[in-house]
Write a protein that binds this ligand. Structure first.
Ligand SMILES: [Zn+2]
Length: 366
C-alpha cells in the first residue's frame, strides 16, 4: 500500500527530491508521444467573439528540445525521402488563378503603399501610422484569402553593399548551362533512373587520434576548424547553386549535416537523379564561400578595458581616444579581402543508387 507523503513533515532536502509537477507532465507527454512544450495560442471565433486557448505542438526538429516533435519530424522526412527520392514523374503544383477578391485587395494595398510613401516624404508621421495599420489589416486579409509570396514592405531596407564577385584565381572553371525546369533525373538504358548519394566533408586541420582529438594540439588549426564549421551552411548553399548551374537542371535533394568525431560537420545528401561522379567532384572542388566580415582574429577590448557608451554621439567609443567605434556596415565598407574563405575537403563520396521499382506492391498483389 502506498501513502501520500506529507510534505509538511519533510525536510527541505527531502522535498527537493520530489519530482516537480512540470517534470511529471513532461515525462507523461513524452510517454504518450505528444509535444512536451506546446505553445498556447489564442483563437478568437469571429462570429461569437468567444476566446479559446488551444495548445499547438512546438514542431521542433531537435531532440534536445522536444523528443516527440523531433521524432515526428524525422518520420515525416523519412517518408518524404522514400517517396520523393526516386520520383519518375515531375511533382506538379498548380497554383490557383487569382480571384477578384485577391486582385481588389492587392490593388487597395498598392494605393495605400503609394499614399504611405507620399506622407513619409511630407513628414506626416501620424498619417503614416494610420496607413501602416490599414496595410497590416489588409495583409492579414490577403494571407487569409490564401495569397502566398512576399508583399512589398512599407519601409524597404537599404540596399546591401555591393561586393566584387570576381572569381578567385585558384578556383577551377565550371561549365555553365541554362537551368531547365526539371527535377527528375534521366533514364538510362530505357528503364533505369538512378539517384545519387553524396557525402561532403571539410578539410583536415591536423592529425587526430581515434577519439577525434588533435594529436598535436599546438599545431592543430582550431581557428580554421571553427570558422569552417560556422560557415559550412553557406558553403552548402553555394554548392547547390553551382551544381544546378553546372548540370543544367533543378536538382533536388534530401540532406543532413552531422558532426564527425573530430567535431567538423559533414554532409550527406540523397539527390534525385544521377550526376556523374567526376562532375560532382569538380563542382565540390570549385565551390568556395567568402566571408566578408571585418577582421575578427584579435581581441581588441577585454573586461578591464571596455568601449564606453557616449550618449551624445549615440555610439560606443574607444575608452582611450574617445573616438566612436565604426558600425558593422562602416567596417565592412573598408574591406578589400574576405576575412575567411571556406572550401570542402578533398574527400567527396559519390554513390549511384537504383530506386526500388515503384509499382512493386501493386504488381505483387495481383
Ligand atoms: Zn514539441
Amino acid at each position: 500500500m502506498t501513502t501520500t507523503p506529507d510534505t509538511s513533515q519533510m525536510t527541505r532536502a527531502q522535498r527537493a527530491e520530489l519530482p516537480l509537477s512540470t517534470e511529471v507532465a513532461q515525462a507523461l507527454a513524452e510517454q504518450h508521444g505528444v509535444c512536451i512544450r506546446p505553445l498556447a495560442m489564442r483563437r478568437i471565433d469571429t462570429t461569437t467573439g468567444r476566446v479559446e486557448i488551444v495548445p499547438v505542438p512546438c514542431g521542433s526538429t531537435r531532440e534536445d528540445q522536444c523528443p516527440p516533435c523531433a521524432e515526428k519530424a524525422r518520420r515525416l522526412r523519412m517518408a518524404q525521402c522514400r517517396e520523393g527520392w526516386h520520383l519518375d514523374a515531375e511533382p506538379v503544383t498548380e497554383r490557383a488563378a487569382p480571384s477578384d477578391e485577391h486582385t481588389t485587395l492587392l490593388a487597395a494595398r498598392a494605393d495605400l503603399l503609394a499614399a504611405y510613401t507620399e506622407c513619409k516624404i511630407n513628414g506626416d508621421t501620424e498619417a503614416c501610422e494610420h496607413i501602416a495599420a490599414s496595410v497590416a489589416e489588409l495583409d492579414t486579409e490577403l494571407r487569409a484569402a490564401g495569397v502566398q509570396g512576399r508583399l512589398t514592405p512599407l519601409d524597404p531596407l537599404p540596399k546591401p553593399v555591393k561586393r566584387s564577385t570576381r572569381r578567385r584565381q585558384d578556383a577551377p572553371n565550371l561549365p555553365r548551362r541554362p537551368v531547365e525546369r526539371r527535377t527528375v533525373g534521366r533514364v538510362f538504358a530505357g528503364r533505369y533512373r538512378p539517384s545519387t548519394f553524396l557525402t561532403l566533408t571539410l578539410d583536415s586541420y591536423g592529425r587526430v587520434d581515434s577519439d577525434g582529438a588533435a594529436v598535436d594540439p599546438d599545431r592543430y588549426d582550431y581557428r580554421r576548424a571553427a570558422r569552417d564549421a560556422i560557415h559550412f551552411p553557406a558553403l552548402l548553399d553555394r554548392f547547390w547553386q553551382n551544381t544546378r548551374r553546372c548540370v543544367g537542371w533543378d536538382v533536388q535533394y534530401f540532406g543532413t549535416i552531422e558532426p564527425q568525431k573530430r567535431g567538423a560537420p559533414h554532409f550527406h545528401a540523397a539527390i534525385r537523379g544521377a550526376i556523374p561522379r567526376a562532375e560532382l567532384r569538380t563542382i565540390a572542388a570549385a565551390t568556395y564561400h567568402q566571408v566578408w566580415w571585418p577582421a575578427h582574429d584579435q581581441l581588441r577590448y577585454t573586461d578591464e578595458r571596455l568601449p564606453v557608451w557616449d550618449t551624445r554621439a549615440k555610439a560606443f567609443t574607444d575608452p582611450d581616444t574617445g573616438h566612436p567605434l565604426p558600425t558593422w556596415e562602416q567596417a565592412c565598407e573598408e574591406l578589400t579581402e574576405p576575412a575567411h574563405v571556406v572550401r570542402f575537403g578533398a574527400q567527396v563520396h559519390v554513390k549511384g543508387i537504383l530506386g526500388a521499382p515503384r509499382k512493386l506492391a501493386a504488381t505483387s498483389a495481383t
